[in-house]
Structure formats: structure tokens, C-alpha cells
Design a protein around this ligand. Structure first.
Ligand code: ARG
Length: 265
């Protein structure tokens, strides 16, 4: 995680962001600390990336890279406003024992924001931020199967805003963020899909952090939490409204270094 010292809405690169709807710094800091506490209580250890002035979105560490065993495929951001984050992520990952690879040239790729393991398969969102061709090359580099999912709604511009693997055969998703083909790919490859209502998807219900059976989301997702309880999970709500103003929530604020719960490896 990266503390929100320099977090703010300084540009607009997704439909959630408006420089006229500024984040409240004190509230953002409290919300970030509360998320950190929830993660620790769920059993996670937290390593921090030092914040950098002038990089307001550096808090969204999910976008740094994808991690596969000891390898990290570094992001290449689509928007120049975030490209300055890349060297900071690169240095941090290399200093923490990961072997860092660049995204294959000429492709944009936004890390775990757009690439999530469910079982042995890497589900990869493309079009709005990451390129499908790059995903295929990443799959070859890592020797894993990649299933591309086209993201069709600009509000759900990263895969982690509309899809969250829980365990290897179960995931949360917002159907409206995918086309028919994408919905079919999901249905054919994930045996238990928990659909989220549009009203809760807008509260970033799908942007959950999974630690064991604990599933942490923004507050305002009671229907999903009820479904999760019925499926044997322990959902936790923590308010993250200040980060929703930038188009992010719980999952975006974290990068799992030891393998997502749902990842086979
Ligand atoms: N403002 C950031 C952006 O548009 C938010 C990133 C959210 N991260 C995520 N993994 N969905 O890039």
C-alpha cells in the first residue's frame, strides 16, 4: 500500500474523476488507515511504498504490476498523468526481491487492475486501459493461460472494478461491464459467479480485497455482503468514498505480493 499523503483529484482520466470534486485530505487519510487496519485484522502484513509528491494516483498500487511467483510484470500506463509512477514501482518491486519485467513494447498494461488470477487462468481486461495483445505476450512470458475480457463501460475501466475472484472457482462480477461474449467466457470458466447489482457496482462492490475468507469492500454494498455471508465468506465494509472520487476503492489501494487468494500458484 502507499499512504495518501499526496492523493488528490488533479486530472480527469476516468468518468469518476472531476477536479471540481476534490477529495478531503483528512477523511481520505482516515479511510486509508481504516482499510489498512481491516487488512491487518484479516491477517495480512502490509509493506508500504513511500508516497511521492506530484503523483496523486500512486496510492492505487494495484496498478503497479502483476505478480506471479517471484516475477513482477511492471505496468505501462495508458495515460501520461500516471506514467511517472512506473520508476517508483519498478524500484520498490526490485528492492523487495521481485524479478521485474517490462510490459511487451508498444502495449499499455495496468497491472493487477486489469489482470486477475482465478485458479490457473489469468483473466485480463482490455480496451479501456490495457491492450489485449500485451496480455497474450504476458501469458507466453509466464507460461499461463490468459482469457481476455473486453470492458465495455467506461465507468468500469479496469477489470478489478467489475470482477473479483474469491477462490479458484468462485468470483464476484458486475455483468453490465462486459459484452455477451465476455459474460459467456466468465460463465464457462468460473463455476460460481456472484452477480452484483448496478447500484452496488457503482459503490465499487466488486473492488474487494480477499484475505482468506474475509472480503473487504467499500461500504454501501449490503446485498453483496448478504450473498457473501450465504456463500460462507466474512464480508467487511469500510468507507472509501474519498477514493471513489478518483475511480478507486479497496482493491485498487492494494497489491497482493504473495499471490491472490484465488490464484492457483
Ligand atoms: N485514478 C486512477 C486511474 O484512473 C484510479 C485507479 C484505480 N485502480 C484500479 N486498480 N482500479 O487510473
Amino acid at each position: 500500500m502507499c499512504p495518501p499523503d499526496y492523493y488528490g483529484i488533479e486530472y480527469e482520466i476516468n468518468p469518476w474523476m472531476s477536479t471540481e470534486k476534490q477529495a478531503d485530505h483528512a477523511v481520505a487519510l482516515r479511510q486509508w488507515q481504516a482499510l489498512r487496519e481491516c487488512l491487518i485484522e484479516a491477517g495480512a502484513g502490509i509493506s508500504e511504498l513511500p508516497p511521492v509528491s506530484g503523483l496523486p494516483d500512486l496510492v492505487f498500487t494495484a496498478n503497479a504490476a502483476i505478480i506471479y511467483q517471484q516475477k513482477a510484470i511492471l505496468a505501462r500506463f495508458k495515460h501520461e498523468q500516471r506514467q511517472g509512477e512506473e520508476p517508483h514501482f519498478r524500484r520498490w518491486l526490485a528492492n523487495h526481491g521481485l524479478q521485474v519485467f517490462d510490459t511487451p513494447s508498444d502495449f499499455s498494461f495496468e497491472g493487477a487492475g486489469d489482470a486477475l488470477f482465478c485458479g490457473e487462468t489469468l483473466f485480463a481486461g482490455y480496451r479501456l486501459r490495457s491492450d489485449a495483445g500485451g496480455h497474450q505476450q504476458i501469458g507466453e512470458l509466464l507460461g499461463i493461460r490468459v482469457l481476455p475480457l473486453e470492458l465495455v463501460d467506461p465507468y468500469y475501466y479496469h477489470l478489478d472494478t467489475c470482477f473479483c475472484p474469491l477462490v479458484e472457482d468462485e468470483a464476484i462480477y458486475f455483468p453490465g461491464a462486459f459484452d455477451d461474449y465476455g459474460r459467456r467466457v466468465l460463465a464457462e470458466h468460473v463455476s460460481h459467479l456472484i452477480p452484483v447489482d448496478e447500484s452496488e457496482a457503482r459503490s465499487f462492490a466488486c473492488n474487494a480485497v480477499v484475505v482468506g475468507r474475509t472480503v473487504i469492500t467499500n461500504s454501501g454494498c449490503p446485498l453483496l455482503h448478504e450473498q457473501l455471508r450465504q456463500a460462507g465468506y466474512s464480508p467487511i465494509a469500510t468507507p472509501l468514498g474519498e477514493f471513489v472520487k478518483a475511480g478507486g476503492s479497496a482493491k485498487c489501494l492494494t497489491l497482493r505480493l504473495d499471490g491472490e487468494e484465488a490464484a492457483h500458484w
